[in-house]
Every structure is written in structure tokens, then in C-alpha cells.
Design a protein around this ligand. Structure first.
Ligand code: DAK
Length: 260
């Protein structure tokens, strides 16, 4: 796998994916989207990796949006191709078969805020800033912002942020529920690794099925959602880790999950 703008590191059961274009504040151009796609394919198939951390290189930005310099001269056909590539990557990230924690050091704007929202959990540095500035550029958010932001913070607040293009600080993002946690910049990655490690200590198949049940259940009514939950619950019982988790409890010993 040859990557131009993304770094993939694996340590134990945790992988860290770093978007690495700090001179352009990690803006998402086509090459970067293709790199993310390739990395997600690799991670999907890696049974040793239980949790993924997604971050941006440098201390200034997570991702400052889709690359405006690349987008500005696109014709209609190229615009569709760019949007399709991006949307496929974002859906793949959202549906990855393991949790993804966004560790957000700085700007998460436009496509960057949308990228963070496609992750399961968001941890922000005190220096992070969030916003959907698209309407000020003459476009609508195109990587799920109009859909995921209202689902996360509620319709009224999402409309306010999208219509005004306001940029909000980390403490406000925490207050409205856009991020899970705000930490000092120097401990951002430590906090992300600590949470990833804690998640990775639980049964990976169960965690994966929890993600599936939440993601699919959130898209349908409660009656259908409960059926999805029951199916995923049932699937746990064909895993060795379910036997191990419950046997370890009964035997009062530490559990030893194998992702099987
Ligand atoms: N694209 C390209 N380059 C960017 C960039 C971006 N989004 N953001 C920053 N840069 C570049 C700057 O041009 C500058 O490059 P040089 O001039 O040094 O070559 C470098 O990064 C450093 O930026 P600044 O000099 O501007 O740094 P400041 O600290 O002064 O300002 C800033 C930081 C984040 C406030 C500012 O850079 C800024 O406003 N950036 C743009 C933020 C923005 O508007 N983001 C939203 C982009 S629109 C679609 C789906 C999705 C989308 C589009 C289509 N389809 C389905 C078709 C998504 C759209 C977006 O995300």
C-alpha cells in the first residue's frame, strides 16, 4: 500500500491513522481521500486491530475541510466524481467493523468536521475549532454535514451552525454534544490511546456488534431497531469470546479475549 498523505501506524490492537498534509491544514484532496480509503480497506481486514484513532498532523488542524484549491475549478462531472469518492470513504469510515476515535488537535471545518462526525467518538484538544463554513463558499455541506450534525447536536443547533457558518470553540462543541471530551493539547493523543486501549480490552466482536446495532438502529424506527439489537445479541453467542467472558466471570479470573 503506497500512501501519499496519510500515515498508518499499528501498536498492539490499536491503529493510528494520521492525515498528513500540515502545510494545507490537512485539507482533503483526492489523493488524501484515496489514501484514507486504502487504509480503511487494510484495517477492515486486520483482525489484530480492534480500535482505530484518526487524527491530523501538526498542532493546528484535524482537517480544515475539503481542498478548496482542488475543488474551485471542477466541472460538474469532476464535482460528481470528487463527491462520490468522498462519500464512499465517509460511509466506509462510519461503517468500519471497529470503532474509530477522532483525536482533534485543531481546526475541524467543513469536510473536516464531517470527517470527525463520521467517527464513533470525538476527543478534542482545548485548541480545536469546529464549523461548517460551506454556505459562505456558495455550497452546501456535501460529506454528510446536513445529515450527521442534526443527528448529533439536534436540528435547531445544526441549522444555526450551518446557516451562520459560525466557528465554535472546543468548550462550546462539548456543551452541545458535538465532542465527547475536551483535553489539554499535550495529552490529546494519550487520552485517545487510553480510551482506545480501554475499548480494546473488551470483547472485540461484541464491540463491533454494538457499533452495528447502534448505527443501523439509529436509522430506523424503534420496533425495527429492537429486532436489529436482538439479532446482534444472538450473534455474540456464536463467538468464543462470549463463552470466555462469562466463564471468566464465573471462575473469578481475568478474561482473555481472542477476537474469535
Ligand atoms: N483547502 C485548501 N487549502 C487550505 C484549506 C482548505 N480547506 N484550509 C487551509 N488551507 C491552506 C491555506 O490556503 C494555506 O495555504 P498557503 O497559503 O500557505 O499555501 C494553509 O492551508 C494555511 O492556511 P491559512 O494561512 O489560511 O491559515 P490561518 O491560520 O490564517 O487560517 C483557517 C486557518 C482554517 C481559518 C483558514 O485556513 C480557513 O478558513 N480555511 C478554509 C476553511 C474552510 O472553509 N473549510 C471548508 C472547505 S469546504 C462535496 C462534499 C464535501 C465538500 C465539498 C463537496 N461533494 C459531495 C461534492 C466539502 C467542502 C468543504 O469542506
Amino acid at each position: 500500500m503506497e500512501l501519499k498523505n496519510v500515515i498508518l501506524e499499528k501498536k498492539g490492537n490499536v491503529a493510528t491513522v494520521t492525515i498528513n498534509r500540515p502545510k494545507a491544514l490537512n485539507a482533503l484532496n483526492s489523493d488524501t481521500l484515496k489514501d484514507i480509503d486504502a487504509v480503511l480497506e487494510n484495517l477492515e481486514l486486520d483482525n489484530e486491530i480492534y480500535v482505530v484513532i484518526l487524527t491530523g498532523a501538526g498542532d493546528k488542524a484535524f482537517v480544515a475541510g475539503a481542498d478548496i484549491s482542488e475543488m474551485k475549478d471542477l466541472n460538474e462531472e469532476e464535482g460528481i466524481a470528487f463527491g462520490t469518492l468522498g462519500n464512499n470513504v465517509f460511509r466506509r469510515l462510519e461503517n468500519l467493523n471497529k470503532p474509530v476515535i477522532a483525536a482533534i488537535p485543531g481546526f475541524a471545518l467543513g469536510g473536516g468536521c464531517e470527517l470527525a462526525m463520521a467517527c464513533d467518538i470525538r476527543i478534542a484538544s482545548e485548541k480545536a475549532k469546529f464549523g461548517q463554513p460551506e454556505a459562505g463558499l456558495g455550497i452546501t455541506p456535501g460529506f454528510g454535514g446536513t445529515q450527521r450534525l442534526p443527528r448529533i447536536v439536534g436540528e435547531g443547533k445544526a441549522k444555526e451552525l450551518i446557516y451562520t457558518c459560525d466557528i465554535i470553540k472546543a468548550d462550546e462543541a462539548l456543551r452541545i454534544g458535538l465532542v465527547n471530551k475536551v483535553v489539554a493539547p499535550e495529552v490529546l493523543m494519550d487520552e485517545a490511546v487510553a480510551m482506545a486501549t480501554k475499548i480494546a480490552s473488551n470483547a472485540p466482536i461484541a464491540v463491533k456488534l454494538c457499533k452495528d446495532a447502534i448505527n443501523r438502529g439509529m436509522q430506523v424506527g424503534i420496533d425495527e431497531a429492537i429486532v436489529i439489537e436482538a439479532e446482534d445479541f444472538g450473534k455474540c453467542f456464536s463467538s468464543e469470546d462470549q463463552k470466555e467472558g462469562m466463564t471468566a466471570f464465573m471462575e473469578k479470573r481475568a478474561k482473555n479475549f481472542q477476537n474469535k
